[in-house]
Design a protein around this ligand. Structure first.
Ligand SMILES: [Zn+2]
Length: 557
């Protein structure tokens, strides 16, 4: 005899508990297991029946059943009738690998909300931290804390170039001395051996922007030797975007390391259309054998932090040093000229209503206000110069994150998304539960990135086929990270799975009301356990820390 539970609606109960019940029932009712309990054990823990499998490879969808045992996809067949602890008929919905977010800022948020609801509810099962040159240094204590945390998703990290440089040199604006470069090399190597997937850089931020290309080449070499890749927020995404893309390619070529241009975009109206040239450069480099890839978030509005409105020389030494420069009348005037120029010619194009405060840690009521609102609140008329003064005031108070609305063009977004070297990543974070005011009014990418690609760019705009889009969210990023056991629906792979209705999946997060979860996603499993079902997070926390290929290897003498 065979026993199985058909489509149990109990979402909060652990599979293990089901299994215990099954054994108890079999025992009490005299089922044939006098010698061995194993003889009666269900073959599988979970079977997803009537799946439309999109396996992540980009190949067409096909019908099958998927069986999971432990944390692994154990069997895929047209019909699976073996006993299972739980069988769910997914009613021809898509069964795809869980999405892998290769650029995520959830370092703080994962400890506040270890269920990472905003990611899981999008179908994300793995997030990679340490982007834009910023990570803990050293990584080991952070990774140990993460490993000890009971969490719903898998998480890994980069080692950040800016953080490494800061550790060795502070915030100075100069080239590294040979011994400093040696120390940075050692820290990057240690980061890789602690488990980083590669080196990230943020070359618009202090201190990353003070580093010459040669420094990045030297550090990227270390990463390449240890099987990692280089992911860069490039030096300029506006007027000098072409040169910045050329630099990222050159770093990959000279260091012999796979290189990735992260959240690729052409910012500010005069630069719209430049993705034609950047993609041409990238395609040409790939044709020469340089392993260049791209990631992208699917929104026309960008995120920014206020120090990026200040010239690099005025940021040398960090925020405190910037504040003391602003107290010097001559320096303040000089900085104001530059900041006004950025407000006029940069992403906002002189329109202060486009810069919307997302989160100010020192005054939560400011979230949702525009830079124009801040100017008015300070009793001034709305001009670019007064906007610069408002930027200074914000920097003097503390720090703020902001969203700059409509700073990108849809044709660029679609062109980049279509490119075969492009994968999808959110650039978002883990802002906390809905209703939480601490996280302010964040960029909607934290809540909607992956469903937005599936609904708007696949279903409505038909920029990608569904299978292509899933590939860009799963197998492609998994390959980039060297994760050989994730990112595909295949026997033997880890059971990170998302089930969604391709006709209904959609993002609902908007710029004005970003804290809204997507629709059309019914089940998410991480390492074989259901973390999301029937519209709710479950009680299990099966997430793991994922480590790069050099993790645990011994230092070279
Ligand atoms: Zn960035």
């Amino acid at each position: 005899m065979q026993a199985s539970f058909e489509a149990q609606p109990l979402s909060q109960v652990r599979l293990r508990w089901h299994k215990a019940l099954l054994f108890a029932a079999a025992f009490l009712f005299g089922a044939a297991l006098p010698h061995s309990a194993d003889a009666q054990a269900p073959t599988f823990d979970l079977v997803l029946r009537n799946a439309r499998i999109i396996d992540g490879s980009g190949k067409p969808a096909y019908r099958a059943d998927v069986a999971i045992r432990g944390d692994t996809i154990a069997r895929i067949a047209s019909t699976i009738t073996d006993p299972a602890v739980r069988i769910i008929d997914v009613g021809s919905h898509v069964v795809a690998p869980g999405f892998i977010d290769v650029h995520n800022h959830g370092r703080v948020g994962i400890f506040r909300l270890p269920t990472a609801d905003n990611l899981v509810r999008q179908g994300v099962t793995t997030a990679i931290e340490g982007p834009d040159g910023s990570s803990p240094v050293p990584l080991a204590p952070f990774l140990q804390r993460l490993a000890a945390l009971q969490k719903s998703i898998n998480i890994g990290t980069f080692i950040g170039h800016g953080s490494v440089r800061e550790r060795v040199m502070g915030g100075v604006n100069r080239e590294a001395l040979p011994e400093e470069l040696g120390q940075m090399r050692a820290l990057v190597e240690q980061g890789m051996k602690d488990g980083a997937f590669g080196l990230s850089s943020g070359l618009i931020y202090v201190p990353g922007k003070f580093a010459p290309t040669s420094e990045l080449v030297e550090l990227a070499k270390v990463v390449g030797r240890l099987g990692g890749h280089y992911q860069s927020h490039i030096r300029d995404e506006g007027g000098r975007i072409i040169e910045a893309v050329q630099e990222a390619i050159a770093i990959g070529e000279q260091a012999g390391v796979p290189t990735q241009i992260t959240h690729h975009k052409a910012v500010a109206q005069p630069n719209w259309g430049k993705s034609v040239d950047t993609l041409r450069l990238i395609s040409a480099a790939r044709a020469r054998g340089i392993d260049v890839t791209i990631d992208q978030y699917p929104y026309a509005s960008t995120g920014a932090s206020f120090p990026t409105y200040i010239p690099g020389w005025a940021q040398e030494g960090g925020l405190e040093a910037t504040r003391s420069r602003l107290k010097d009348a001559d320096l303040r005037a000089k900085i104001k000229t530059h900041t006004s120029r950025i407000l006029r010619l940069g992403a906002a194009r002189g329109d202060l209503t486009k810069v919307v405060l997302a989160q100010c840690t020192w005054d939560k009521t400011l979230a949702g206000k525009t830079l124009a609102d801040i100017v008015r609140l300070r009793g001034s008329t709305v001009t670019v110069e007064n906007g610069a003064e408002a930027v200074f005031w914000i920097i003097e108070q503390g720090a703020c994150e902001a969203v700059t609305r409509d700073s990108l063009s849809e044709p660029d977004i679609e062109r980049i998304l279509k490119h075969p070297a492009t994968m999808v990543a959110s650039d978002g974070n883990i802002p906390g539960p809905i209703g939480d005011i601490v996280s302010g009014v964040p960029h909607p990418r934290s809540y909607g990135t992956f469903p937005r690609v599936l609904s708007y760019y696949v279903r409505e705009r038909k920029v990608l086929k569904l299978e292509e889009a899933v590939h860009k969210m799963t197998s492609f990023p998994a390959r980039r990270l060297g994760l050989n056991d994730r990112g595909a629906i295949r026997e033997g792979m880890k059971a990170d799975i998302v089930v969604f209705d391709p006709a209904r999946v959609r993002d609902t997060a908007t710029l004005d009301d970003p804290k809204q979860y997507p629709e059309g996603i019914s089940i998410v499993t991480v390492n074989g356990e259901i973390v999301f079902e029937n519209g709710a997070m479950t009680a299990v926390r099966p997430g793991r820390v994922l480590y790069g290929s050099a993790a645990g290897s011994k230092s070279k003498p």
